[in-house]
Design a binder for this molecule. Structure first.
Ligand SMILES: Nc1nc2c(ncn2[C@@H]2O[C@H](COP(=O)(O)OP(=O)(O)OP(=O)(O)O)[C@@H](O)[C@H]2O)c(=O)[nH]1
Ligand SMILES: [Mg+2]
Length: 311
């Protein structure tokens, strides 16, 4: 395990891949490694990108890689895939689209499933970010689909949050409902080659003006990701946001990530303590008593926690 931590800090991609698998599949065994790399974390710029399925997030990420690599930035990409059977094709599409960069030794690309994470998506994604930070990545891009609450939440792990909209989205109240609009530091209106771009841009700006003061207005960048149009401007806006944010603001963002991870880690540890200390047969006995209405499940849970405090 010591070697794995060391290999990560040397930036070895095989080590990064193994480490992320470990935090996903065998969390207990990953902790020693995570403790060792922790001092090396917290120094990268984390860019979150979210938006409705198919809005062009992966295409945008792919287009940003060229200019970033020209500036010799080392990059990590985490695509958080909703594990729905319907998105299977999209996931494959993501991988294929980004393939042209996958042989670059300074770009690491990984997709993570949103479901099936004990201890929560924030913990798993936060740990993947930490591993990439320890590996010396300058910039970490986290792509999430802005549909489920979890996926929208997780993008707030970032230092700067990009929300991708497409023409016509203004007509779709769902987008506004998902809580996705409030979290944007920069709006991207992608597919600006489609009809209705001007209308959506106007609607978006009108909506923002209703809710926000002028100085807090996030920039709206029009892009055509498939042609790389607007991505240079987008990168400049990201730089501007980071450079223009004071240290306190950036510290608050980093602390938000730490706070979620800490909560998730505590939850997971309590859960594991329950599994390890409360035997299945004991649970069975409680179930029987609750079923007979001899006791209620709340009292049982309180008693289990009291018992855990003693171990
Ligand atoms: N016309 C047009 N098509 C685009 C543009 N950007 C992306 N697309 C196309 O839109 C489709 C979806 O693009 P993706 O980059 O996979 O979108 P995504 O948001 O990553 O999709 P999910 O990860 O499945 O949510 C692809 O067929 C792209 O080629 C654009 O600016 N204009
Ligand atoms: Mg995608």
């Amino acid at each position: 395990m010591r070697d794995l931590a060391k290999e990560i800090t040397k930036g070895k991609h095989r080590a990064i891949a193994r480490a992320i698998s470990l935090v996903e599949n065998n969390w207990s065994n990953a902790q020693e490694m995570m403790k060792k790399i922790f001092p090396y974390t917290g120094k990268s710029v984390i860019v979150g990108i979210t938006g409705v399925p198919g809005s062009g997030k992966s295409t945008l990420v792919d287009q940003m890689l060229g200019p970033l690599r020209k500036n010799r930035k080392k990059i990590g990409i985490v695509a958080v895939d909703p594990s729905s059977p319907f998105s299977g094709g999209a996931i494959l599409g993501d991988r294929i689209r980004m393939m042209r960069h996958s042989i670059d030794p300074d770009i690491f690309i990984r997709s993570m499933a949103t479901r099936g994470h004990l201890g929560g998506l924030a913990r798993a994604t936060g740990e993947a970010i930490a591993i990439l930070e320890a590996a010396g990545k300058d910039l970490i891009l986290v792509e999430t689909v802005g549909v489920g609450q979890d996926e929208v939440e997780v993008v707030k792990l970032a230092d700067v949050v990009l929300v991708v909209l497409v023409p016509g989205a203004g007509d779709d109240i769902q987008v506004f409902k998902a809580g996705i609009m409030e979290i944007a530091d920069i709006f991207i209106l992608n597919k600006a080659d489609s009809p209705g771009t001007e209308k959506t841009e106007k609607q978006l700006k009108a909506m923002l003006e209703l809710g926000l003061k002028k100085e807090h207005m996030p920039p709206v960048i029009k892009t055509v990701a498939t042609e790389g149009k607007g991505t240079g401007l987008l990168l400049r806006e990201i730089d501007k946001f980071i450079a223009g944010s004071d240290q306190d603001f950036l510290a608050r963002r980093k602390k938000r990530l730490i706070s979620w991870m800490l909560r998730d880690i505590i939850n997971e540890k309590i859960y594991q303590a329950v599994i390890q200390n409360i035997h299945d047969s004991e649970i069975g006995d409680f179930v029987e008593k609750i079923y007979q209405r001899e006791v209620d499940p709340y009292t049982v849970a309180d008693n289990i926690i009291k018992k855990l405090k003693r171990v």
